[in-house]
Design a protein around this ligand. Sequence first.
Ligand SMILES: [Zn+2]
Length: 552
Amino acid sequence: MFDILIRNARIVDGSGLPAFHGDVAIEAGRLRHVGGHLSAEARRTIDARGRVVAPGFIDPHTHFDAQLLWDGQARPALEHGVTTVVHGNCSLSLAPLKAAHRPKLVRMFQQIEEMPDAAFEGAFEWTWEGFDAYVDALRGRLALNVAPLAGHSPLRMWVMGEDAQKRAATPEETRAMQDVLRTCLEAGAVGLSTSYVDVDETLAPVPSRHAHFEELDALAAVLGEYGRMLQVVPEFYSTDITVARVDQLAELSLKHGIPTTFSPLFDSAATPTNVSRVLERVGEQVARGARVWPQVQTRPIDISFSFEIASLFFVTQPVWYMILRLPHEAKLAALREPATRASLIDAAEPGGVSPWGNLRVRASADASLIGRTLADIAQERGSSPAAVLIDLSVEEDLGAHFIVARMGHDDPARVGPALADDLVHIGASDGGAHIQSFATYGDTGYLFSTFVRDGKYLSLEHAVRKITGDTARIWGIRDRGLLRPGMAADVVVFDPETIARGEELAAHDMPEGGMRYVRDARGVDTVIVNGEVTWSAADGYTPARPGEITAY
Ligand SMILES: [Zn+2]
């Protein structure tokens, strides 16, 4: 008797080959049959008539590090069909991490990934320092699979202490880092993540940015012993520097025989040649045999914010950014102070020209303001957009929310061909991060609705392959990403006519009731992880915790 029998399926197997009809049988966590018509009995039978049955989606760029410790279902990523996540991206991971460095690392997470105190403080128990003990802490909690990266920043802190954020490593320290990285890879790390752009809570460069190339080269040599991934955040705001990073990653890939990936790669009207120039160089390096995978996200860039936190929206406005970092009362006092208010407005609107007129009010105590642009309200008040932003926030005790929609990466006619490109790795969702700026869930639904169904930039089979079979192959994740007998039974059943992402909504479901933006899934019926149903549209989340640390 099978555990699960999915009948009458339109099977899209993750290879990119044309879909075919048949049944899928699951037993003891593995796929037993894929295709054919089976008359055998099963404990649970799912009629998938009119539905697609595909491998579970793999999200290669998330920051679920903290969330997985108090929410092993990574809600709501799982209900969108995501059955495996890579976390520990962008140089930040919760292991290897000495107890003394926890507060510092948490502050970096909060700064870079915009996660509140409540996501860490009291939300889980720190029971580990080394990567092996961390992986043990995850076991048994997970409803979906994880491929954890070791972060370069905590790795440096482990070996160098406070000096990690001050200087290059000595040869002895580099050798010590190699040894620690080896223990991480032995314990199940999928690779190493590093960053060239991120800053800590004092706006100082994170530890990974103090590494000289020799250090990265030495760490890549250890990755080469295992053939594991190097993930990098390049200086994505500059095409020239990103192209140089592509060359550097290609050298490391060729020298050490490792895959490399970098993220994000964005399209925008302001930098219309960015994607084409970077992909041209990636193509040249791939032709030499290098493995360099740019990650491109599917969704447009929308940023929401209130003055409660210093949103990434203000990173290019240091005067604003520093004031928004103050505690609540001090912030209100500063915003009320006429000279400070004037200097903020001056910085944002040099010469009286405002770049913020198209921002809209997203939430306000005054319902009549919701949905209106700041330009519109400014005109009514005889004010300016930046002044309205300050005044509304002060009037509402910082409770007003604003949104700037479609800041870039928003033209399907430009993003669609990039997503379809063989050189592009679909990813960069940032799942679980920036939780009060935008919802990082539903990028897969958006891929199918916008780029398969509406725009026809990818076939259904191509899109599935891009987020399943390709992802597993790029990352060297064994046993997943394809529907083949003997492989792990990670399966998603969905309606190709309706799969989409829901509206972005504010939810108060963080530990301590903290707010974040989420999206529900549309058109997903059933999500199966290692042979167990973990979510279904009919019954919601199940108590099953079948998630594993993936094998490479
Ligand atoms: Zn990231």
